[in-house]
Design a protein around this ligand. Structure first.
Ligand SMILES: Nc1ncnc2c1ncn2[C@@H]1O[C@H](COP(=O)(O)OP(=O)(O)OP(=O)(O)O)[C@@H](O)[C@H]1O
Length: 249
């Protein structure tokens, strides 16, 4: 089954420039699907249409077989989202915040303990999240993202600004969450991270999907005979620049 189906989705914010232009995207259930693109390409806007934060001007989005526009509340109960660089309230502990989020989703309080353990935060449950280091803070946001047992988790740059160890820990956590059955859409500017984690990758530039497939399939698109094996970074630069040139022409 498909976890997310996006069909012909367009979105403009005014000023004439389209943030998304007739985007088609399918995420298979159980996948870790990467969404890669330059700054301003439309990744966050596309996620916003999938979680029901932004209504597309045209097209439709289905999540777990439900149309997001007409089943907004049900969809929002089935998904969750984690963003890099999120702020937190001061003077509130990890446990207190998670209890609050559990109430929002009507989740049992036992779920708070589960996600604290799942993300390695149990020992820090009574500490203020605002005082956590970036790595622990990001684990907290993942705990928050898991509170409603989402079927699809949207991770928007989950390792941005983290040191090597903290980023590794978050990536391990992402793999474990996925193994437990959660479909994941991941945006990242780190090509190694995308290659390590994602079974399929979509490249977006100027609001359009310019290529999709496994990392190996994407490399095939730019492989030149007699040249060294392309990296995912080569693929990214070649295909997104091509798209920019077409858009500017
Ligand atoms: N609320 C908004 N109002 C006006 N323009 C917006 C809004 N949100 C996004 N945009 C514009 O839409 C385009 C796509 O932005 P978006 O944030 O989706 O890109 P992105 O790929 O997530 O970028 P980044 O990698 O920098 O986070 C950009 O031109 C951005 O300026």
């Amino acid at each position: 089954m498909d976890a997310v189906v996006v069909r012909q989705v367009s979105k403009s914010f005014g000023g004439g420039r389209r943030a998304l232009s007739r985007v088609d995207l399918t995420i298979r259930e159980g996948a870790i699907h990467g969404l890669l693109g330059p700054n301003g390409a439309g990744k966050t806007t596309l996620i916003a249409t999938m979680v029901g934060l932004t209504a597309p001007d045209e097209g439709r989005v289905e999540v777990c077989g439900l149309d997001v526009g007409s089943h907004l509340h049900r969809v929002q109960m089935l998904v969750n989202m984690v963003r890099g660089f999120s702020g937190v309230l001061e003077k509130v502990t990890a446990r207190e915040l998670l209890v609050y989020y559990a109430h929002l989703y009507d989740a049992p309080l036992s779920r708070v303990e589960e996600v604290l353990c799942r993300t390695g935060l149990w020992e820090r449950r009574d500490q203020q999240v605002a005082l956590f280091s970036s790595g622990w803070r990001q684990r907290f946001f993942i705990a928050k993202g898991l509170i409603n047992r989402p079927r699809v988790l949207f991770l928007d740059e989950p390792t941005v600004g983290l040191d090597v160890d903290a980023a590794l820990a978050v990536r391990d956590l992402v793999r474990e969450i996925n193994r437990e059955g959660c479909t994941i859409l991941l945006t990242t500017h780190y090509m190694r991270e995308a290659e390590d984690l994602c079974s399929t990758i979509a490249l977006i530039a100027e609001g359009r999907i310019v290529a999709e497939g496994s990392a190996a399939e994407l490399k095939d698109l730019v492989r030149d005979p007699g040249q060294p094996e392309p990296t995912l970074e080569d693929v990214f630069l070649r295909l997104t620049r091509q798209s920019l040139e077409v858009a500017d022409a």
